[in-house]
Design a protein around this ligand. Structure first.
Ligand code: THU
Length: 157
């Protein structure tokens, strides 16, 4: 028998410690929350993806009266990026949220399991780690890759 200990390394930065590229991407995710359609949860999520061609593609959660038909911000952004910039590698992803109180969430918002799997496929297409920046009100968690967020992931594709 043996035991595996899988760790998740996270760099925590204050906003004044972000590089200019990191800050730009986090701000794009924060602005993207304005595109949230969330009349049911009132939880607005924005995601921004920097692509290898320098463009930044954003998305926001889109809910639906038939609840399972809705889509999270991260999948809205990554599928939009895939559809509008086919074959262009992802470089980094940022996620931000406005809570039901109308304020940026104190804690960083992390992607749900389904979004981690969807993002992982784009990271594998990129053939390099894609950092994930999770914005909280005062701090940003920087995870080194999507894979780090999804240990023992399904990668048979
Ligand atoms: N949501 C996202 O868009 N991304 C996440 O990372 C977590 C949750 C959305 C789904 C739903 O529209 C709302 O937030 C509340 O769960």
């Amino acid at each position: 028998m043996k035991e595996l200990n899988i760790t998740l390394p996270v760099v925590v930065k204050g906003y004044d410690e972000l590089t200019s590229d990191e800050r730009t991407l986090v701000e794009a995710a924060q602005h993207a929350t304005a595109g949230s359609y969330s009349p049911y949860s009132h939880f607005k999520v924005g995601a921004a993806i920097r692509l290898a061609d320098g463009s930044i593609v954003t998305g926001a959660n889109q809910e639906n009266a038939a609840f399972p038909s809705g889509t999270c911000a991260e999948r809205s952004a990554c599928f939009y990026a895939g559809a509008t910039h086919p074959g262009v590698a992802f470089e980094a992803i940022a996620i931000a949220a406005i809570g039901t109180d109308g304020k940026p969430t104190a804690q960083p918002t992390a992607p749900c399991g389904a979004c981690r799997q969807a993002l992982l496929e784009y990271e594998m297409l990129a053939k390099h780690p894609v950092p994930v920046l999770l914005a909280g009100a005062d701090e940003v968690y920087i995870v080194p890759s999507v894979k780090a967020l999804l240990p023992l992931a399904f990668t048979e594709f």
